[in-house]
Design a protein around this ligand. Structure first.
Ligand code: FAD
Ligand code: SF4
Length: 471
């Protein structure tokens, strides 16, 4: 055990793992943070005050036992830390990498008030990566046996969270996904510079050893019907995400060179991972002047993917100011370091082009008005502020709306007006839909949100399913 004192936070400042230099990292699709060295992880973990009122755990959507596993890491007890961390989270190594910690756990750390929050996310990632490297596996020796089998549609974080809890309770999960690999948006959305794909393939092996069965390249509604699942399984969980792309609704959006964010990112993943069926599917922005519209995580991923593809320039235009951006501050900083130019308070009004090809985007300047009923300040247009930003390619990253399957109605699965599936957490069984045998969670229930909230809903829905099946 290393020597620590109770005022470690005064002697040791907040220090995350080292970042690879921008000039190097912008050439490659690889994670940009080096792993924590053992003593650094221990020193950083020991900065935790054990303040007795762990706001961090409350603010974390899965309520991780953060102070407890920080203590174990500071004592060098990685295996126990991994066991503890997996009691509340199905994908801790993923959340450690991609959660917007600045507005979740770390944002509410007592030390955030002047001393610098404990590097909770980096320690969480460190625990699982290190435990796996030491040969750790989830302990399934106490798992009860049942004869129940549950079908899960979608191998994204919601489906995986559900599968994890079911498997640990002796219920066999069979997970269907139309994609060739598990992960949902973790694999086919979030780029490798935030989350390398071997993280998911390693997790897939762990889940398979736990008894989770994956049927990939299988679309429900096409390769197999929902009726077959309803007939053959004791319950069905839907974790199908949200895949309707939001449009700007301004003229010129259909010009050549205007792309939706997700097809661009997916084409890049497929190109990098060898999943590409036809090389013409690859959207290549090498040497292009790129303008990205939006200010969330998806926009940041488009920015940084364009940089890595060798774009001549990348400008990110966002209609609010920097303080009101919805994405993680860390990723905005990373994008800036890699050469993305931000233009805040710019609202697109028209895509301009010549001969059917985009040549630029007309924007107007905005200023922040009074807060609306949700406390978010509305952007108001400044008169006479029109300008054209030159562009050969425009990536539209305005977010996602629900994409309910056409067959939901045939099975009595009701929707809210905006297309989200009705599956209340506080129903008789958590996250049960209006078809008693069917449960749902993640983006398709709450609207597009975060990895960690999808994991939470998948896990909680699994508890609902266990209650429903009386196991
Ligand atoms: P998804 O991850 O969308 O998974 C749904 C799965 O269901 C998919 O694999 C899909 O193929 C499958 N499916 C759907 N219909 C069928 C069918 N009929 N048959 C078979 N399979 C089907 N969140 C963060 O916390 N941090 C980030 O940094 C972050 N970055 C993001 C970057 C991008 C580009 C995007 C798009 C999102 C990002 N998010 C981020 C949000 C996060 O990825 C999602 O909130 C989360 O993945 C939702 O999980 P889910 O399981 O509900 O859905
Ligand atoms: Fe923080 Fe996310 Fe980990 Fe919770 S899951 S402790 S919010 S990084």
């Amino acid at each position: 055990e290393r020597l620590h004192n109770d005022f470690q936070f005064l002697d040791v400042s907040r220090e995350g793992p080292k970042k690879i230099e921008a000039e190097v990292r912008k050439q490659e699709f690889a994670e940009i943070y080096e792993p924590f060295a053992e003593e650094d992880a221990s020193d950083q973990a020991h900065r935790c005050l054990e303040c007795g009122n762990p706001y961090c755990s409350w603010k974390c959507p899965v309520h991780n036992h953060i102070p407890n596993w920080l203590k174990l890491v500071s004592e060098g007890n990685i295996i126990e830390a991994a066991n503890l961390s997996h009691q509340t989270n199905s994908l801790p190594e993923v959340c450690g990498r991609v959660c917007p910690q600045d507005r979740l756990c770390e944002g509410s750390c007592t030390l955030n008030d002047g001393f610098g929050a404990v590097t909770i996310g980096s320690v969480e990632k460190y625990i699982t990566d290190t435990a796996f490297a030491m040969g750790w596996k989830p302990d399934m020796s106490e798992t009860p046996e049942t004869d129940k089998v549950v079908a899960i549609i979608g191998a994204g974080p919601a489906g995986l969270g559900c599968a994890d809890i079911l498997a640990r309770n002796g219920v066999k999960p069979v997970v269907f996904d139309r994609n060739p690999e598990i992960g949902g948006l973790l694999t086919f959305g979030i780029p490798e510079f935030k989350l390398e794909k071997n993280v998911m393939s390693r997790r897939r092996e762990v889940f398979e050893e736990m008894g989770v069965e994956f049927r990939l390249n299988t679309e429900v509604g096409k390769d197999i019907t929902m009726q077959e699942l309803i007939d053959q399984y004791d319950s069905v969980f839907l974790g199908m995400g949200t895949y309707t792309y939001m449009k700007g609704g301004f003229p010129g959006e259909d010009l050549d060179g205007v792309y939706d964010a997700l097809p661009f990112l997916i084409s890049n993943v497929n190109h990098c991972l060898g999943f590409e069926k036809d090389p013409a599917e690859f959207i290549d922005l090498k040497d292009k002047k790129v303008v990205v519209l939006g200010g969330g995580d998806t926009a940041m991923d488009c920015n940084r993917t364009s940089i890595r593809q060798g774009a001549e320039s990348v400008v990110c235009a966002y209609r609010r100011d920097e303080a009101n951006m919805p994405g993680s501050k860390r990723e905005v900083e990373n994008a800036r370091e890699e050469g993305v130019q931000f233009m805040f308070n710019r609202q697109p009004v028209e895509v301009v082009g010549e001969n059917g090809q985009v040549t630029g985007i007309k924007v107007v300047s905005t200023q922040m008005g009074e807060p609306d009923e949700n406390g978010r300040r509305r952007a108001e247009v400044v008169a006479g502020s029109e300008e054209i930003l030159p562009a050969d390619a425009i990536l539209v990253a305005f977010g996602f709306r629900p994409s309910p399957a056409p067959w939901f109605a045939d099975f009595g699965i009701e929707l809210h007006e905006d297309g989200r599936v009705k599956a209340p957490e506080a129903g008789s069984f958590a996250f049960q839909t209006t078809n008693p045998k069917v449960f749902a969670g993640g983006d398709m229930v709450r609207g597009s949100d975060l990895v960690v909230t999808a994991i939470f809903e998948g896990r909680t829905a699994a508890e609902g399913i266990l209650d429903y099946l009386e196991v």
